[in-house]
Design a binder for this molecule. Sequence first.
Ligand code: GH3
Ligand code: MG
Ligand code: MG
Ligand code: MG
Length: 292
Amino acid sequence: MEYRKPEILIVDDSPANIHVLAQLLSAEYQVKVASDGARCLELALAGPAPDLILLDVNMPEINGYEVCKQLKANEATKTIPIIFITGMTSAENEAYGFELGAVDYISKPFHPAVVEARVKTQITIKQQADKLERMAMRDQLTGLYNRYYLIDIASKKIASAVNHQSPLSIAVIDIDKFKSFNDQYGHEFGDEVLVEFAQLLESHCCANDVVSRYGGEEFVMLMEGSDLALSLEKSESLRRIASELKPKGISVTASFGVTTLRPQDDCFDDMFSRADAALFAAKTAGRNCVRQ
Ligand code: GH3
Ligand code: MG
Ligand code: MG
Ligand code: MG
C-alpha cells in the first residue's frame, strides 16, 4: 500500500496558535486547520476522516467540549482520536475532557516537544487500530471483505431495508469443481484463480454491493436496493463473464444461488439458508447456472 502522511486537524480560534502548531507538525503530518468548532465538524465529516484532532476548548460559538461531544455522537466521526490543547487546566477540566472521550489533554502554554511526542504516540496507536480493523474485516488472499464483516454489515443493511421498505438481495456464489483445479494444477494455481475470480466480482459489482469471500471457493454478494429480478439479471451477467475469464486458458465456471429479503426473514441466516438452497439447486441442475 502506498504511504500517505497521517492527517491532523488543528482547531483553534487563535491564528497564532494555529500557526505555531501547523509549523511544528507539518513536516511529519498532513495538516488541516479550522478556526472554529463548526468548521471542525464540517471538515471531520467531509471526505476521509482525519487521523487525529487537536482541539482547543475556549472558542466562540461552539466550544471544544461541545465539538467533542458532537464528534463522539456521530457514527462517522466517533473513532477519531481527540487531544484537547487548552488553557482550561484545572484537574476538573482535564477529567471532564477524558470523560468526553479525549485520548489526551495538553495544557497551554504548551511545550512544542511535548506536543510533538504526545501527537506521535496517538498517531502510532491510531495506525495500529486501523491495521487491526483492516485485518479483521478483510480476507488476506483476495482482499475482499470476510465472512465476519459480511454478517455484521448484512444485519445493518437488513434493518435499514426493513425500515425504508427497500429491496435487499444476496447471491451465494460457488466455483464449480474447484477441488479438481487444485488436484490437477496445484494449490497455488487454485489460489490465483480465487484472486482473479474475486477481482472479477469486485470490478463488475455496483457501488451499493458488498462482495465477500465467505469461505474457501464460496463468495457472497449482498445487493442493497436490488430486487429479485435485478439480482438474477446481475448474477446471470456475472456468471457469463466468469465463464469467459479462463485464467491461464483454463475454463472456470461458478454456480449462483439468489434470493431476496422477505417479510418473514428474522435475520441474515434466514436469507442465507434460502440462497444456499438455491445454490444447491444450481449445482444439481448441472452447475454454471443461476437459481433462485
Ligand atoms: P462443487 O462444484 O460441488 O462446488 O465442487 P467443488 O470441488 O468446488 O467443491 P468442494 O467443496 O468439494 O471443494 C472445494 C475445494 O476448494 C476444496 C478445497 O481444497 C478448495 N479450497 C478451499 N479454500 C481454498 C484456498 O484458499 N485455496 C485453494 N487453492 N483451494 C481452496
Ligand atoms: Mg481558544
Ligand atoms: Mg465449489
Ligand atoms: Mg464450496
